[in-house]
Design a protein around this ligand. Structure first.
Ligand code: BES
Ligand code: MN
Ligand code: ZN
Length: 508
């Protein structure tokens, strides 16, 4: 569906011999051009210096300047000077932004082949390989578009038709290793784009059954086994949590199970992702403002799909089972009501105080079922609570669980790929808030510590002996006011990158 319209090529020869219609060069905020300009003719260099001393550009992050040049052997081209910001402020994150800006600027100026001379030699201890990866990742992610519903003759800004080819210079002897690395990175980005595409699809286009269809389609060309349970099978397996949430909608619920087992006797990871294809709140209807954003309420499920797509494409020798409970939460004559009591697949009874706390009901059944795959660890991702957005905003996801060592590994994986997580405690005292007078528990614990009581509820459906982590991605799954060039407005595909990192580090 998607595509990021950037192709990254590595070239080992002097940049001048790589045919392109522009060459990008970095300028630091102190106004000095980067060193490492092998292959740049003295003539160009003088022109750059002149432009800088004339004050045409300072080198601030985000700044750019285009100069026409004449190349001896390839004729006229352009020099794209791009601001790198402060020399000692350069991080993989800033390089990612620069990568994204390079393709955006190229698109805007009709550049289709851009050779990049941004220095990659050990910025602040970041290795050259890491620099190249960050630039490539930014270039890919920055050219992601969701234009499924933009017609050719529409009034809105049209998506660019052509791809940008970005050439990155590497040493000859590093070329093969680097291109393998970039290939894996591209698979991870593609998984993220899949998660973004699914997240951006509106509720009328992405129903639980259509989401199941996406999982089946994905398994056609990859060694993934997909099982989808419809209402009959959900009933047979007593999954009244999933059924109750879906019963108000004309689009019935599903449980999507994806198995990828290429890791022989290595540990088994179960990942569970909440997929409420649209969350109106049900009879406990949400207010109208921004309700349209609840099309993103399946982001956890989308991350699971994207993650499995990525590891299968990379052919990673790991064992992963993905479970995606999918339902649409709508009010109707068939909908569940506040006060209803349901029996979950685990046998525990839940009093549904608020039909808008639906995520935990579908996850209860999926988490319970995950255990039948005898996983060594379980991770769930869910846009579970508005309270988590209040607590952590959009910078970090909420991380909960009991196994400190396991949580630490997840935190590390997250921080390495820029998907930050922050721990919230599941102290036993919080469990008290879920006491019900008529059933084993209520589905809400009041306003106080809302993200935590959500985690407490889920903790009751998973064996305490299994390392388990609950990740509340309510604040990180979409971004409607992004200032980062690598993140277009809409779904972020959060989860895919840190899960891939975790799998590569801890499961192989
Ligand atoms: N999908 C929402 C959580 C949400 C809210 C995600 C805002 C992203 C932004 C979830 O199903 C929900 O409605 N949670 C309720 C729980 C409450 C009733 C205990 C909430 O947060 O208000
Ligand atoms: Mn809800
Ligand atoms: Zn929800």
């Amino acid at each position: 569906m998607n595509n990021a319209r950037t192709i990254v090529e590595l070239f080992a020869n002097a940049p001048l011999s790589w045919s392109c219609d522009a060459v990008a060069m970095g300028i630091y905020a102190d106004g000095s051009p980067q060193k490492a300009l092998e292959g740049i003719s003295a003539g160009w260099f003088a022109e750059v210096k002149q432009a800088l001393s004339a004050g045409w550009m300072q080198g601030k992050e985000g700044e750019f300047l285009i100069l026409p040049i004449v190349r001896e052997s390839f004729g006229p081209a352009r020099l794209l000077l791009i601001g790198l910001g402060k020399r000692d402020g350069i991080t993989p994150r800033t390089l990612e932004d620069i990568g994204a800006r390079l393709v955006k600027t190229s698109q805007a100026h009709g550049i289709s082949r851009l050779g990049c001379l941004i220095p990659m030699n050990n910025h602040n201890g970041i290795s050259k390989g890491r620099c190249i990866q960050a630039l490539a990742e930014g270039a890919w992610r920055g050219s992601y578009r969701f234009d499924r519903f933009k017609s050719k003759n529409g009034e809105n800004e049209q998506p660019p038709e052509k791809s940008i080819i970005l050439g990155l210079a590497v040493k000859e002897k590093q070329k093969n290793r680097m291109s393998d690395k970039l290939e894996r990175l591209r698979h991870i980005c593609d998984g993220q784009f899949l998660a973004q595409d699914l997240g951006n699809m509106p509720g009328n286009w992405l129903t639980p059954e259509r989401l199941a269809g996406e999982a089946r389609k994905m398994a056609e060309n990859l060694p993934i086994q997909v099982t989808v349970w419809n209402e009959k099978e959900l009933k047979k397996n007593r999954m009244h949590g999933i059924l109750a949430v879906g019963q108000g909608s004309a689009h019935p619920p599903r449980l999507i199970i994806m198995e990828y087992r290429q890791g022989e006797d290595r540990p088994v990871l179960a990942v569970v992702g909440k997929a409420v294809t649209f969350d109106s709140g049900g009879i406990s209807l949400k207010p109208g403002a921004k309700m349209e954003e609840m099309k993103f309420d399946m982001a956890g499920g989308a991350a699971v799909l994207g993650f499995i797509h990525a590891i299968a494409s990379m052919n990673l020798p790991v064992n992963v089972v993905g479970l995606i409970p999918a339902a649409e939460n709508l009010p109707s004559g068939h909908a569940q009501r506040p006060g209803d009591v349901i029996e979950t697949a685990s046998g525990q009874w839940v009093e549904v105080i608020n039909t808008d706390a639906e995520g935990r009901l579908i996850l209860a059944d999926a988490l319970h079922h995950a255990q039948s795959f005898e996983p060594n660890m379980v991770i769930d991702l869910a846009t579970l609570t508005g309270a988590c957005v209040i607590a952590l905003g959009h910078e970090a996801s909420g991380l909960m669980g009991f196994d400190t060592q396991f949580l630490r590994k997840l935190e590390r994986a997250g921080s390495q790929v820029g998907e930050k997580m922050w721990r919230l405690p599941l102290f036993p005292g919080y469990q008290e808030q879920l006491k019900s007078t008529v059933a084993d528990m209520k589905n809400v614990g009041g306003r106080d510590a809302g993200a935590i009581t959500g985690g407490c509820f889920l903790s009751r459906f998973i064996d305490k002996k299994i390392p388990w982590a609950h990740i509340d991605i309510a604040g990180t799954a979409w971004d409607m006011g992004s200032k980062r060039p690598s993140q277009p407005k809409g779904a972020t595909g959060v989860g895919v990158r840190f899960l891939c990192r975790f799998a590569q580090k801890e499961l192989v």
